[in-house]
Design a protein around this ligand. Structure first.
Ligand code: GLC
Ligand code: CA
Length: 560
């Protein structure tokens, strides 16, 4: 694999609205990020991905952009953004912004002009259609519920939105649209961004002309998964964007790519791929049902392990994945992948080590380094996220009681990741001096940065050690490039793998259960082994057997 500067790094996702509020309006902002750069530097992260801070009416928390060239006043100004780029540079940190170009906001001037004159130039920036024989052009279901067509007031026309109705889809088939997008991307890259995380990108290629697919619910609509499986030719757009924007700038890009066909992974992240990397979502989609959250299953530790290993195998020899346990769209990783008994400090460190030591670029989502958990909700009114309301309605419709519906939605809602960062045990977790835009997780008094930074055995310190280990010249090559070789795969609640390097091997062991686990590692030459990191004492081994304590993980370096 050709070596790239970013392979050795560790990345961190900031959700600006919930990170740190510098001016007391209850909303996190860019100055807040600047003030916390030293905290991030101390943790050891090098690449920061900011969820959107562009001008936005915030129907979908900034993923609905009204002007790509402006910063939303709630987050600050363009000067703040320039200052952030500069301050990050001083600390040898790299900034990624979110590239949201499957759609814009209905308040973007392109869309306003399109509505004024749907037949005109800007009408062609979107998908605008009429009913035929009283029927909408297709029966696709929006990701946030309902059909994907919305009437344009005062006309007999409808526009397409795969997400919220305030997020009209841009028509990538129109070369003018692509030109506008590339111009904007280059403008930002020229400013000094290191690159982008690329939002919802698989949706830009629609199978056309519009047609119905078999309905999969009583609403007569069909899941977008079915539709995308039928789309061909996205490579033309993505290759063009790579050649016009990313390659000339040497930009780092990480795609939010769902529904990719296995045989196309090389096209996405291979040597000549459209992107530098893409997220491995195999565990996040595991157990999710196209029927909705009410029918979804929370993955077991063995499901988790299987997904990780499958992805590692798929990417081996092809490209470099980006690994996560959570992001702003997912439940908190510790609340999702750990069984309830495992959701304590030891279990959280275990999960951290298991994903962090996989091959790929590790991304930490804000608060993950503290072991932040899913929040608690008293009623559906407490939940802000756009998609959650529809899922709640769906649970009730499918026969759940209100309590059951709230439990289910409370587990999956995107609010879990979006509750404000827990800086301290002060009021509002030290996130704001004002009223936070979203309630804090009530556990901020016990889980917060202040009580963990500098404390030897905290979760924060454990993440710090994982990052330092990734940077340790003695082991770095193996951690960054070593092949992942699963072992003892059939052993329940045990996740174990080697990372095979040149002249050395790293062994990663994790016990996902509340019982001791005896592991047979007779083939190992223990005289050459050293424990690089662990969340407990590794018990004396006898004749190649080790005993893992409940929820124990260990990273063992073996030189040859
Ligand atoms: C991506 C984002 C999500 C957003 C959606 C539409 O999936 O991560 O937060 O709602 O795209 O932009
Ligand atoms: Ca603020």
């Amino acid at each position: 694999m050709e070596k790239k500067w970013w392979h050795k790094k560790t990345a961190y996702q900031i959700y600006p609205k919930s990170f740190y509020d510098s001016n007391g309006d209850g909303i996190g902002d860019i100055q807040g990020i600047i003030q916390k750069l030293d905290y991030l530097k101390e943790l050891g992260v090098d690449i920061l991905w900011l969820s959107p801070v562009y001008l936005s009416p915030c129907a979908d928390q900034g993923y609905d952009i009204a002007d790509y060239y402006r910063i939303d006043p709630q987050f600050g100004t363009m000067e703040d953004m320039d200052q952030l780029l500069e301050e990050a540079k001083k600390r040898e940190m790299h900034i990624l912004m979110d590239l949201v170009v499957n759609h814009c906001s209905d308040e973007h001037e392109w869309f306003k002009k399109a509505c004024q004159d749907p037949q005109g130039e800007y009408g062609k920036y979107f998908y605008i259609e009429e009913k035929k024989d009283g029927k909408l052009p297709c029966n696709w279901r929006s990701y946030f519920g309902g059909n994907v067509w919305e009437p344009i007031p005062g006309t007999d026309k409808y526009y397409l939105h795969l997400f919220h109705k305030k997020q009209p889809d841009l028509n990538w088939e129109n070369p003018k649209v692509r030109e506008e997008v590339y111009k904007m991307v280059n403008w930002w890259l020229d400013k000094g961004l290191a690159g982008f995380r690329i939002d919802a990108i698989i949706n830009i290629k629609k199978p056309l002309p519009f047609k119905d697919y078999p309905a999969d619910r009583e609403d007569g609509l069909c899941d977008m998964g079915q539709v995308l499986a039928d789309a061909r030719g996205i490579g033309q757009f993505l290759g063009e964007m790579r050649d016009t924007c990313f390659l000339p700038h040497g930009a780092f890009t990480v795609g939010e790519v769902f529904n990719v066909r296995k045989e196309e992974i090389r096209d996405f992240i291979g040597e000549q791929g459209y992107f530098s990397s893409m997220f491995d979502f195999s565990q996040t989609v595991e157990g999710k049902s196209a029927k909705g959250w009410y029918a979804s299953q929370i993955p077991s530790p063995d499901d988790y392990k299987r997904c990780c290993f499958e992805s590692q195998k798929t990417a081996q020899g092809i490209g470099y994945l980006s690994n996560i346990i959570e992001n702003h769209d997912e439940p908190r990783g510790v609340s999702h992948y750990l069984p309830p008994e495992g959701r304590q400090e030891k279990g959280k460190k275990l999960l951290a080590a298991m994903y962090f030591m996989l091959k790929g670029l590790p991304f930490i989502y804000q608060g993950q380094e503290l072991g932040m958990e899913n929040s608690v909700y008293q009623s559906i009114e407490d939940i802000d996220d756009v998609g959650s309301k529809d899922e709640y309605r769906r649970c009730l419709e499918m026969g759940c009681s209100e309590k059951e519906a709230l439990d289910i939605v409370g587990h999956y809602t995107r609010d879990n990741a979006r509750t404000p960062f827990q800086w301290s045990c002060e009021e509002n977790g030290g996130f704001t001096k004002g009223k936070p835009w979203l309630n804090l997780n009530p556990n901020y008094k016990t889980i917060n940065a202040e009580s963990q930074v500098g404390k030897e055995d905290s979760i924060y310190s454990f993440y710090q050690k994982l990052i330092r280990l990734r940077k340790n010249p003695q082991w770095q090559e193996t951690i960054v490039y070593g092949e992942t070789v699963p072992i003892l795969e059939k052993e329940e609640n045990l996740m174990a793998y080697y990372r095979k390097g040149e002249g050395q091997t790293i062994l990663v062991l994790g016990n996902f259960s509340g019982d001791e686990k005896n592991v047979n590692l007779a083939q190992l030459d223990w005289s050459r082994a050293q424990i690089l990191l662990s969340n407990d004492q590794l018990e004396e081994r006898e004749k190649g057997r080790v005993t893992l304590q409940p929820w124990q993980c260990a990273v063992i370096g073996i030189s040859q």
